[in-house]
Design a protein around this ligand. Structure first.
Ligand SMILES: Nc1ncnc2c1ncn2[C@@H]1O[C@H](COP(=O)(O)OP(=O)(O)O)[C@@H](O)[C@H]1O
Ligand SMILES: [Mg+2]
Length: 415
């Protein structure tokens, strides 16, 4: 069997840099080595791309990010084959690779920023190289909490009431926006940067002064902000979905558990609970992973979420519907907010590159992390194959002499 080179892309210019390192290296470790050879592609915080030998596949190497930048090999991207991507070494380093390295498919493991919002997906499209996960549209829509809600609202999928605005609207009209939030939403509210993740920049507010401060805080991260009515007696229920627009299946549901007294799931709770290095109490990691590399898998959670079967089925069906509505591919995780008193479920957000690729929600359904990576790569190759099988260019050169005779107006104007 042909062994494919899988470029595993991670890091990135995003506050979720370290989380991405964990997610991607977990996936790299899960790859079936008989079929795939992982090629680490690390994007440093300053945006420079690096590769190197297998030492770059070990999460422990990233305890010292400066050392990686000194010792890994910076690379340039050469899309010359227009189907594969060539990584060209820009200077020899210690973690050396051959000077040129060809990658057949990219496994995108970035969270937040241009790695998840369609930016990198666009680069892959332009280079015509297969890549895992959602395309430009799904990635971009999924990253925007405001447009996501609008899209769901259009399809009668329940969402919480919200008010959204930009920094340019907010300046000089602060009191008017605060009034509007109070009138339309009341208190408490949750304030979020529109296009971030991992709870960064998110806070709750129960009065006007706190709302003002929460908006200013969110604006540090994004120029677009969303203020939402806070769901009371909150239960959070997440569903992963795997597939594409033609066929998609839901995972079991998870219910993340917040520590006593915590009203929202913070960055710290998501990734650093239980002291970080040792992971949380209920840490689950793939067999090949060392401790300290759990990522999203370290969060305390109940799997499957303790819900009546009808509720589970309702949320799974919504998850699949939303995944396909956003034209997602690969694996995504759709997060819901549930009012614990009424049982009402609201769409909260879709993560198009979920932490740890949601492997822990697939294992209970009999899909191992290795199977999951396999499915992701297969879907990437299938989509790439489909796209390349359609008409993309014409062989006729409209600017050739003969063609120009047919384009009279053009010829005259061309002189
Ligand atoms: N409308 C809301 N009501 C109550 N809690 C919320 C609401 N929206 C978000 N939260 C809390 O804040 C956390 C982070 O918000 P979320 O929209 O999931 O952003 P992120 O993309 O950063 O994960 C959620 O996991 C939940 O604990
Ligand atoms: Mg979330």
């Amino acid at each position: 069997m042909m062994q494919r080179n899988v470029g595993v892309v991670f890091g990135g210019v995003s506050p979720e840099h370290e989380v991405s390192i964990i997610s991607a290296l977990q996936a790299a470790a899960a790859l079936d080595r008989a079929r795939y050879r992982p090629v680490p592609i690390y994007i440093a915080k300053d945006g420079v791309w690096y590769t190197g030998d297998d030492r770059l596949l070990d999460p422990a190497a990233y305890r010292d990010l400066d050392r990686i930048r000194r010792e890994a090999t910076p690379v340039m991207l050469d899309p010359r084959s227009y189907r594969t991507l060539e990584l060209v070494a820009a200077g020899g380093r210690r973690f050396a690779r051959p000077a040129r390295w060809s990658v057949d498919v990219l496994l995108l493991g970035l969270h937040g920023g241009p790695g998840e919002n369609g930016g990198l997906q666009g680069l892959c499209e332009a280079f015509n190289v297969p890549y895992t996960g959602s395309g430009i549209l799904g990635s971009a829509l999924g990253m925007d909490k405001v447009l996501s809600k609008m899209l769901c609202r259009d399809q009668q999928i329940p969402i919480v009431d919200f008010v959204a605005f930009r920094e340019s609207d907010w300046g000089y009209h602060e009191e008017a926006w605060l009034d509007r939030c109070e009138q339309e939403l009341g208190y408490p509210v949750v304030v979020k940067p529109a296009r971030l993740g991992s709870s960064i920049g998110i806070s709750r507010a129960a009065d006007r002064a706190a709302l003002d401060a929460a908006i200013e805080e969110a604006l540090r991260y994004d120029e677009k902000v969303v203020v939402e009515r806070a769901v009371t007696a909150l239960r959070e229920i997440n569903c992963s979905v795997l597939g594409d627009v033609h066929e998609a299946i839901p995972s079991v549901l998870e219910e993340p558990v917040r520590s006593a007294g915590q009203e929202l799931l913070s960055f710290r709770e998501k990734y650093l609970r239980g002291g970080g290095a040792d992971g949380g109490k209920h840490a689950r990691r793939p067999a090949k992973q060392p401790a300290g590399a759990e990522g999203m898998a370290s969060l305390d959670r109940v799997i499957p979420a303790p819900l009546p079967p009808e509720k589970t089925a309702e949320i799974q069906a919504l998850g699949v519907r939303i995944f396909q509505l956003f034209e997602c591919s690969g694996v995504a995780r759709i997060d819901f907010l549930m009012d614990g008193t009424t049982g009402q479920v609201y769409f909260n957000e879709i993560n198009t590159i979920p932490g740890s690729f949601s492997f822990y929600l697939w294992e209970p359904t009999g899909v191992s992390f290795t199977d999951l990576t396999h499915r992701l790569i297969d879907l990437a190759l299938k989509q790439h194959h489909d796209k390349n099988g359609r008409v993309r260019t014409y062989d006729v050169n409209l600017l050739s002499e003969r063609s120009l005779q047919g384009l009279k107006g053009a010829k005259q104007r061309a002189g």
